[in-house]
Design a protein around this ligand. Sequence first.
Ligand code: NAI
Length: 681
Amino acid sequence: MNETILRDKANADSRAGAKSRARTRRIHLELTDDNVAVVTFGSSNKTANVLDEATLDELHLAVSALESLKPDGVLFTSSSDSIFIAGADLKTLANINGERLEHLVVKGQSAFSRIADLPMPTVAAIHGACVGGGFELALACDARVASRDKATRIGLPETMLGILPAWGGSTRLPRLVGVPAALDAILSGKLYRAGHAGKLGFVDAVVPREHLLESGMRILREGAPFRKKPFWKTNRIVSAFVSRVVRRKVLKKSRGNYPALLEAIEVVSRGAAGPVDDSLNREREAVLRLADTPEAKNLMRLFFLQENAKRFRFSESVDEENLPAIERVAVIGAGVMGAGIAQWVASRNIPVLLRDIDRGRVAAGMENIRKLFSAATKRRIFSAHEARSRMDLISPSAEPVSLERSDLVIEAAVEDLAVKETIFADLCERTRPDTILATNTSALPISDLGKAEGVTHPERIIGLHFFNPVSRMKLVEVVVTDFTSPEVVERSLNFVRSIGKLPVVVKDSPGFLVNRILMPYLIEAGRLVDDGYAPEYIDEAMLDFGMPMGPVRLIDEVGLDVAGHVAATMREAFGDRFELPKCLGDYIRDGRLGRKSGHGFYRYDDGRAVKGHPGGNPAEAMSKPELSDHLAGLMAKEARLCLDEGVAKCADDIDFAMILGTGFAPFRGGPLTWSGITKND
Ligand code: NAI
């Protein structure tokens, strides 16, 4: 663009332009010397470019100016370093329905249709998040060019919120890339890197960021590189066939629990072959129906709960500005969790010291870490070079070394209070007094560690409870004892967020929050097996309910011995409702420890559960819906107790933690919302 000097001719040239100058705060329209209009999204006081009502009004004004100015081309871009357009304003979307929602949908659809109808060529020059409505705007342009930058992510995630793209995305994407690829993107809600988006045909060119505008200008002058139109992929017969196949697959996976997915299949496949306006009408009707469903409301709430987890403060009295960052971490124990945590922390560019009691264990931990990096490389999260350099940030140690340089130590040794007490006393001798000492214990009382002999400065002791597998589970319970200082809590929260995880603050009490609520559910599943229910029947009932894995399989995954150990700790604290089911004790005695031993409730062949498990059900068996109500009801009951006892500070935190920590059916809103308890005090 530096070949041209931009000047603010639009505003001087037309009344519409003058009008837009008066009110334009989020969108700027300028004309270059060679008569190209550059429409820039972004304002100085907003971090995220979102399409709220006011921005859409401005966009309409800008389009009016373009219609009257008739420039030779239009380039849409943004002034933000990390966001092209982050999509519709979800705060508004979550709080309106009926006529107001329809009004908003129509306003967006008509703005984008006007862009699509502009007589001159239009190009979207995309750098940063180009999400939902942002991508729909780009799709209304004649061509798209994206920066090859990590910040650039392109996609339509609306179905993850229980709705569908209704500003033309469900109509224009299939026309651009065909029904199969459009459905893939819309049903998965994936955000694609620029390179991937280029391969899929979502954008016409991918260029270095510094060439983005220049490249957009060139496309305006010379046209986009030729691309074959996917005619057969939008053909009516092909669309109907694809729709049937995809629908069957989606129903199998979602068990019919996500209506947005089915609506999206219908809108995309039926709309691809007919007139654009018919398809836009279908989008609009579908989104109005979906926005009113409990599924959409719960999924949107989950979105806001996650946003809140990214920024809430534990204590306003702590001077956030001057908190020392965590720059070096030590992890004690290189087993399943220690290796997982060390790998994750290093993957976020933080140096880690990994310590275990002997060389063999350290080597085994490092081998697991290598496998984790290699898997991440295969999934294109890192290049081979990046993976190697992150791995190099881990210093393995089988010797007791000084930890003077560590700002945080995470203990992930065996689940044995005496062992952990000894480790903590030793850590106090090797660390600075301001080093945070965290434990990853699943259920042991963290306060006891602060009282152990040889432990000094208990105000720096905290629980950082990661979930297994660390690389896939986003939640970390931040467990606060009576003596943990607010500053240590805030620094720990900052650390958890800095490594891309989401924290929930919980009180130090047996099982903390997630395991405490989960345990009665797992134990009851075992008791039902005692009563003669087939494990597969129980698991199927909970899969139908929307859990990612049935409870019996989950015990096998966790390990029967580990589950038994956690249950025993909790029984001591809370009594009989945590009593081990008979079968669990029997299986543990027989060495049936779950998947890791090849046999638990299920048999495992090459790590996979063998299907067709024998066994019937008792004569008066509950139906699957009755069974899932019964089992999920136990979680809700325990969640209620946790709320009353102040284990978490509010119902929102409990629902959020259960969805992120256990996969509790997200569309049901968490155990408390599902059971009708929404009290947040
Ligand atoms: P693990 O048995 O795989 O690993 C424990 C490691 O700690 C072993 O390598 C052992 O050699 C080492 N260790 C023992 N004493 C040590 C010492 N004095 N100094 C240094 N290292 C020592 O156990 P896992 O599963 O990794 O669990 C670790 C901790 O994380 C436990 O407290 C557990 O309750 C907790 N946890 C486990 C989860 C899981 O799913 N496995 C999930 C969340 C927490």
